[in-house]
Write a protein that binds this ligand. Structure first.
Ligand SMILES: [Mg+2]
Length: 412
C-alpha cells in the first residue's frame, strides 16, 4: 500500500475532442475513420496540419506539413479548422469526470493530467486504471492512455508507451526493461538540442544516459544534465502539486497577413497573452519572466525577455510587458509571426501581495479570475476585450504547445 500516481493522456486530443463534439452536435460522420486533419484555415497563408487521423496517416500526411502539400497527397482530405474553445471545454469536462475517482488532480497540459491515490495497492491501482480508461471511453467516446507508477515522471513515461487506449505500469524496478531501451529523446525534458548533444557523445538510449559518467553529464549540461540523469534512473524529486515539470507556457501564431502596424501587433500580443495567462492560471502558477518573439517576413527571428519584480498570472501585467518588449525589439519590418511566452514559474499559493504590484494590477487579478470563470462556463469567446469587438482578429490565440514545452509533444 502506498502512493500511486496516474498520468492521463488523451489520445490524438484534437481529433478525439472534435469527433466527440461532432457526435454531440448530431453530425453523422466520425472524422477518426476518414482521411481528416485538423489544420489552420486553408485560405490563409501558412495553414499546417496540427493533427491527423489514422486514415490520413496512410496517405503519408505528417503533422506540421502544409495543408497544400497534404491536399496534394490526398485530394479528398477533410480539413477541419482548430477550435480551441471546444478543446478547452472538453479538457475541463474530462478533469471534472476524473475528480470522481480522486480529488487530487493536477493539470499538466490541455490534454494531460496527473491523478494521485493514497493507500492503494498496485493491484488495486491497475484495476482502477482500466476502469477509469473504459469509463472515459464510455462517457465521452474517445480513448486515453493511463500510465501508473509511484512518481509523476515514471507515470508520464508509462503513459507515453504504446498508444492508444492502453494502461501501462512503470514502477522503479521496471525501468531497465521498459524505460532504458527507449531513444534518449523519449525521456521527459530531453529536447531536440539536448538529443543532438547526447548523440554526439554516443548516448542514444535512456539506458546509455543512465549508465553514462555522471560527472561528464553534469559538467557538460550543468543542472539540466543532473536532472535528466536522475530522470533516466526514474528519480523524480517533485511532489504532487508542488513541482509540475513545466518550464514555460506560451503561444505563437503565424499571422494571416503581414503586420506593419504597431497597434495591430499589440492586439495580436493581447490575443496571445489571453491564452497564455489563462493556461498559467489553470495550472495554478505564476510567472516572473515574460518573453516575446518576432518573426519577420524574411524569416528573421528575434526574441527578447525581461524579468519582472514579482510573480504574476495577470493578463494585464503580462500584456503590458509584452508590449514594452515588442516596442524595444521591433525594427519596423513586416511581421509574419508573433509569440508570447512566460517562464520562471512557481506555484500560486506561495505568492504574496507585494510592494511592486500596484493597486490596479491587483484589481485586474480579481477581474481575470472572474473572466476565467465565465469563459470556462460559457466558452472562450463569451467575454472578449472591447478592442476585439469589431476586428478580424481572434480574441484568444493559441492553446497548443510549442518547442519550448518538450513534455507536450503528445498533444498532437
Ligand atoms: Mg495526448
Amino acid at each position: 500500500m502506498g502512493q500511486i500516481i496516474m498520468h492521463i493522456d488523451v489520445n490524438s486530443a484534437f481529433l478525439s475532442w472534435t469527433a466527440a463534439y461532432e457526435k454531440q452536435m448530431g453530425i453523422e460522420r466520425d472524422i477518426r475513420t476518414l482521411p481528416a486533419v485538423i489544420g489552420g484555415n486553408e485560405q490563409s497563408r501558412h495553414g499546417i496540419v496540427l493533427a491527423k487521423s489514422i486514415p490520413a496517416k496512410k496517405f503519408n500526411i505528417q503533422t506540421g506539413m502544409s495543408l497544400m502539400e497534404a491536399r496534394r497527397l490526398c485530394p479528398n482530405l477533410l480539413v477541419i479548422p482548430p477550435d480551441y474553445d471546444v478543446y478547452v471545454r472538453a479538457s475541463k469536462a474530462l478533469r471534472d469526470h476524473l475528480k470522481r475517482y480522486t480529488p487530487d488532480v493536477e493539470v499538466f497540459s490541455i490534454d494531460e493530467c496527473f491523478l494521485r491515490f493514497t493507500d492503494i495497492s498496485r493491484k488495486e491501482a491497475l484495476d482502477l486504471a482500466y476502469k477509469l480508461k473504459d469509463g472515459v471511453k464510455e462517457r465521452f467516446g474517445y480513448t486515453i492512455n493511463v500510465g501508473i507508477s509511484e512518481n509523476k515522471l515514471l507515470a508520464k513515461q508509462a503513459g507515453d508507451l504504446e498508444k492508444p487506449d492502453k494502461c501501462h505500469t512503470m514502477f522503479i524496478e521496471e525501468i531497465e526493461e521498459k524505460l532504458w531501451p527507449l531513444p534518449v529523446e523519449e525521456l521527459f525534458m530531453v529536447g531536440r538540442r539536448t538529443k543532438v548533444k547526447l548523440n554526439r557523445w554516443g548516448i542514444y538510449t535512456i539506458g546509455e544516459l543512465a549508465n553514462a559518467d555522471y560527472k561528464l553529464i553534469s559538467a557538460m549540461l550543468k543542472s539540466h544534465g543532473r536532472l535528466i540523469y536522475n530522470y533516466a534512473w526514474g528519480r523524480d524529486a517533485s511532489t504532487f502539486k508542488e513541482g509540475v515539470p513545466m518550464k514555460s507556457v506560451g503561444n505563437s501564431s503565424t499571422l494571416k497577413f503581414d503586420v506593419e502596424d504597431r497597434e495591430i501587433a499589440h492586439l495580436v500580443l493581447l490575443s496571445l497573452t489571453e491564452m497564455t495567462a489563462w493556461r498559467l492560471r489553470e495550472a495554478n502558477m505564476n510567472c516572473r519572466v515574460v518573453s516575446i518573439s518576432i518573426k519577420d517576413k524574411d524569416f528573421g527571428f528575434k526574441i527578447k525577455q525581461r524579468k519582472l519584480m514579482y510573480f504574476t498570472d495577470s493578463t494585464r501585467d503580462i500584456y503590458i510587458n509584452a508590449c514594452c518588449l515588442f516596442d524595444e525589439l521591433w525594427d519596423k519590418r513586416p511581421i509574419r509571426a508573433l509569440g508570447v511566452h512566460v517562464s520562471d514559474l512557481e506555484f500560486a499559493k506561495i505568492k504574496q501581495i507585494n510592494f511592486f504590484q500596484d493597486e490596479l494590477s491587483l484589481k485586474n487579478e480579481i477581474l481575470d479570475k472572474a473572466i476565467d470563470k465565465i469563459r470556462s462556463k460559457y466558452g472562450d469567446t463569451s467575454v472578449i476585450r472591447g478592442a476585439f469587438a469589431n476586428g478580424d482578429l481572434r480574441p484568444i490565440l493559441g492553446g497548443y504547445p510549442d518547442d519550448e514545452y518538450p513534455g507536450m509533444r503528445s498533444i498532437l
